[in-house]
Design a protein around this ligand. Structure first.
Ligand code: NAD
Ligand code: TYD
Length: 358
């Protein structure tokens, strides 16, 4: 079986969906269910012995030890993290705690568990650490894309704590021999994405007739990958990745933020036109994010060459699916528009209530 951390969140949740499309191997999810964790995302799969959700902190070492010893997983997939850059600017403490200290605790407990394994079980065990391209820092418009050998240069508390966790994972492989795999992926989008991130925020604000807040000049570039393609990359790296290696994952879809937003607006104009005017009329330029990275771009040559992975969605096909998903899943959306999320919107965007559902 697989032990998966953070699978009530966006990518981990999509991974569970993807996993059960082609496998019946059981899964145990360890998730703290923070504001970003939503049990509803994986509710359809929850059944004892098939997919179990344990609410808990990756930093709770006794709990992690118990889950490892009780379930004896063949792999641990580590998605759990604090993941939103803007939140890390307002409150870096949680990021240090979960991304860095939490990952350290997890590694220590994996080390204790793995050391006791023998033979085939020990050789075939994998710890797959899910990370981000943001650890490499910011590119200029003419710099080459990030490769696995690009020096780390994180600029936000989020990326710094992810970089630290990547280094710890690397060290646990080199020092203790734990068979680790690390993936560094570009920006994901797709179903079950929490509406604090650019794409779901824009879709839901537009539908609510609220301003679409574009930071700075809107010309920052991200390299967008449909989440299902990322999940497939993780599945393939788990099966075929070489222990101790890192793999960059990206879709060669570099797009300026303003172009992402106008694409969403035009999609919505076609699928659910406004009573008057166009969705683009809602675009509002707002104060830039402090230290805002200009451009991210992934060179996926290594994973293509060594693993044979290729993305299946273009940005055009992926954004179409994503917009349609948000138009068709009112219940899930209503579920996330509550509690801590409201407070966060207040802190981030002040009293103008630019966030969805507030
Ligand atoms: P997310 O914020 O949607 O989900 C994170 C999940 O982790 C939530 O379910 C949350 O409840 C859980 N969690 C947080 N702290 C925890 C703790 N201390 N113990 C247990 N569970 C905890 O994040 P995501 O977008 O799904 O990202 C998943 C992973 O992928 C992260 O490690 C992130 O750094 C990485 N990543 C994300 C992107 C992206 O575009 N979203 C791109 C590349 C890499
Ligand atoms: P985000 O989804 O937060 O991902 P990341 O910062 O990890 O890349 O943001 C994607 C891009 O969109 C980033 O350049 C910041 C920008 N952005 C806005 O312009 N407005 C917004 O309201 C948000 C949330 C992001």
């Amino acid at each position: 079986m697989l032990l998966i951390t953070g699978a009530a969140g966006f990518i981990g949740g999509n991974f569970v969906h993807h996993w059960f499309e082609s496998s019946s191997e059981p899964v145990v999810v360890l998730d703290k269910l923070t504001y970003a964790g939503n049990a509803a995302t994986i509710a359809a799969f929850l059944k004892p012995g098939h997919c179990e959700l344990v609410q808990g902190d990756i930093g709770d070492r006794a709990l992690v030890a118990r889950l490892l010893n009780e379930h004896a997983p063949r792999a641990l997939l580590h998605f759990a993290a604090e993941s939103h850059v803007d939140r890390s600017i307002h409150g870096p403490g949680e990021f240090v705690q979960t991304n860095l200290v939490g990952t350290f605790g997890l590694l220590e407990e994996v080390r204790a568990y793995w050391t006791e394994l023998s033979g085939e079980k020990r050789d075939s065990f994998r710890l797959l650490h899910v990370s981000t391209d943001e650890v490499y820092g910011s590119l200029s418009d003419t710099d080459p894309a990030f490769t696995e050998t690009t020096p780390y240069s994180p600029n936000s508390p989020y990326s710094a704590t992810k970089a630290g966790s990547d280094h710890l994972v690397r060290a646990y492989h080199h020092t203790y021999g734990i068979p680790t795999l690390t993936t560094n992926c570009s920006n994901n989008y797709g179903p079950y994405h929490f509406p604090e991130k650019l794409i779901p925020l824009m879709i839901l604000n537009a539908l609510d007739g609220k301003p679409l807040p574009v930071y700075g000049d809107g010309k920052n570039i991200r390299d967008w990958l449909y989440v299902r393609d990322h999940c497939e990359a993780i599945r393939q790296v788990l099966e075929r990745g070489r222990p101790g290696e890192t793999y960059n994952v990206g879709g060669k879809n570099e797009i300026r933020n303003i172009d992402v937003v106008t694409t969403i607006c035009r999609k919505l104009d076609a699928l659910r036109p406004r009573a008057t005017g166009k969705y683009e009329d809602l675009i509002t330029y707002v104060t830039d994010r402090p230290g805002h990275d200009r451009r991210y771009a992934i060179d996926p040559s290594k994973i293509e060459r060594e693993i044979g992975w290729q993305p299946t969605e273009t940005f055009a096909s992926g954004i179409e699916k994503t917009v349609r998903w948000y138009l068709e899943n009112d219940e899930w959306i209503a579920g996330v528009r509550s509690g801590a999320y409201r407070q966060w919107i207040q802190t981030q965007y002040g009293h103008e209530s630019r966030g969805p559902g507030v």
